[in-house]
Design a binder for this molecule. Structure first.
Ligand SMILES: Cc1cc2nc3c(=O)[nH]c(=O)nc-3n(C[C@H](O)[C@H](O)[C@H](O)COP(=O)(O)OP(=O)(O)OC[C@H]3O[C@@H](n4cnc5c(N)ncnc54)[C@H](O)[C@@H]3O)c2cc1C
Length: 410
């Protein structure tokens, strides 16, 4: 007998498991294939700091018991300045969060195959009809969803997602105790999520300290090997070496100690999305990629793309004559561009420009943010060109010219 479901999802990350939750709650048969064994899940894929906001928690009904620490502020740091804004947030225990999504979707009726490594799509007549896993095993579905994150196990061979190596951001993080969260030379980081723009510690990217209660924090950094990295990095230093360098030179870590076994690392691509979907097939989460290019918020974005995929499944499978053609399934693309990641191109431009700028410009940026009204700041963050222009100075002309020449060459 053939193993057949309405929906087959590859990958039980935030995107895949949320998609399973949504489609199962609408009464569809759904199976999720996850490469990790259940007893260890998630170990290799426990990669995220888990910083998120109340909008995600309430939109997706996430319980407080997967939260390590609630925060009240977001702080941005440059080498010599900072900007602090009151904004409620939550730092998740990412492993508990992933397990919750699996349990909750199971309660809705979703099935899980753990220890099931998806190898590629099964195609008939040029359209995807199922997936091959663990060598020669097969499962079939009316709609197949790729949620395998940056490995894009299905989207890559189908040409739906064209993840570029040079656009891959790598990240590493450790959990520490004995961190000085209120050092006199820096902002108070109690109950805060802090992002630091500083090529000394994260060339072509950013570093972070997220408070997780008492004197503990998640501390990490990420970067892309972009022009900023090429200009400002010490090529002998690995990403682990950069984290060590930060620990050794920032007085907040003078007495800090790593919490055993609490290390997270992973990657995501910062680039334009590919095709997103095709006949019987949708790609969600970091497979596409959906992650916010500027600040690396991938959990909420991935789950929003999961919800857009679930709405699309409903749209395609509800009629008496289901229609999962590329044309009908492209409703997903509209939802993605309108609701999940609007203004992606301007936000990618802003991201590239930001990581291209030198450290001195980051100090000016912090001063500007302290003088900017909240509305303009919000609109600049959303990718409004008019608001972005308010953050650009006459003195930036040489930097912009250099940036334009670099963009033209690449
Ligand atoms: C160091 C770091 C820190 C981060 N911090 C934050 C943060 O603070 N806030 C935030 O919002 N985002 C953060 N992110 C980003 C966020 O974690 C990701 O955007 C998010 O996890 C993407 O979810 P996803 O479901 O698309 O993919 P993933 O989380 O990558 O999940 C993919 C799943 O598919 C499975 N899989 C992979 N290949 C296969 C295969 N061939 N067959 C079957 N299963 C497979 C994996 O095991 C995994 O369970 C961070 C990322 C990193 C690397």
């Amino acid at each position: 007998m053939t193993d057949h479901f309405d929906v087959v999802i590859a990958g039980a990350g935030p995107a895949g498991a949320q998609c399973a939750r949504d489609v199962a709650s609408r009464g569809y048969d759904v199976v999720v294939l996850e490469t990790e064994p259940e007893a260890e899940f998630p170990r290799a894929s426990n990669k995220s700091t888990g910083g998120t906001f109340p909008s995600m928690m309430s939109s997706f009904n996430i319980p407080d018991d997967v939260v390590m620490h609630f925060t009240d502020n977001v702080v941005l740091e440059s080498p010599n300045h900072h900007f602090a804004q009151k904004q409620a947030g939550a730092v998740l225990e990412f492993a508990d969060f992933k397990q919750f999504l699996v349990e909750d979707s199971r309660e809705e009726g979703a099935e899980y195959y753990f220890d099931a490594r998806v190898a590629g799509p099964i195609e008939e007549g040029g359209a995807v009809v199922g997936v091959r896993y663990n060598g020669d095993q097969e499962v079939y579905g009316d709609v197949v969803v790729d949620a395998t994150g940056p490995s894009a196990a299905l989207a890559k061979p189908l040409g739906v997602s064209d993840l570029e190596r040079e656009k891959q951001a790598i990240g590493i993080e450790y959990e520490f105790e004995n961190v000085d969260l209120d050092h006199p030379d820096y902002a108070d980081l109690h109950d805060a999520m802090m992002l630091r723009l500083d090529h000394e510690y994260a060339p072509g990217g950013y570093a972070w300290i997220f408070h997780t209660g008492e004197d503990t924090a998640k501390v990490g950094l990420c970067y892309i090997q972009n022009e900023g990295y090429r200009q400002y990095s010490d090529e002998q230093r690995t990403i682990d070496g950069y984290l060590d360098h930060w620990m050794e030179t920032d007085p907040r870590f003078e007495n800090a100690e790593k919490v055993a076994g609490k290390q997270h690392r992973g990657s995501a691509h910062i680039q334009s999305p590919g095709q997103l979907s095709t006949d019987n097939f949708i790609a969600i989460g970091d497979t596409v990629p959906t992650i916010d290019p500027l600040w690396g918020e991938g959990i909420n974005k991935g789950m929003q793309s999961a919800r857009a995929a679930a709405i699309t499944v409903d749209h395609c499978l509800t009629p008496d004559e289901p229609d999962t053609s590329a044309e009908n399934i492209s409703v997903y693309n509209d939802l993605w561009h309108e609701n999940v990641a609007p203004n992606m191109e301007s936000r990618l431009f802003m991201t590239e420009l930001m990581y291209f700028a030198p450290n001195s410009r980051y100090d000016t940026f912090m001063r500007d943010l302290n003088n900017l009204d909240l509305q303009t700041m919000r609109r600049a963050n959303e990718g409004s060109w008019r608001a972005i222009s308010k953050l650009i100075h006459l003195k930036d002309v040489p930097l912009l010219a250099k940036f334009a020449a670099h963009r033209f060459r690449s």
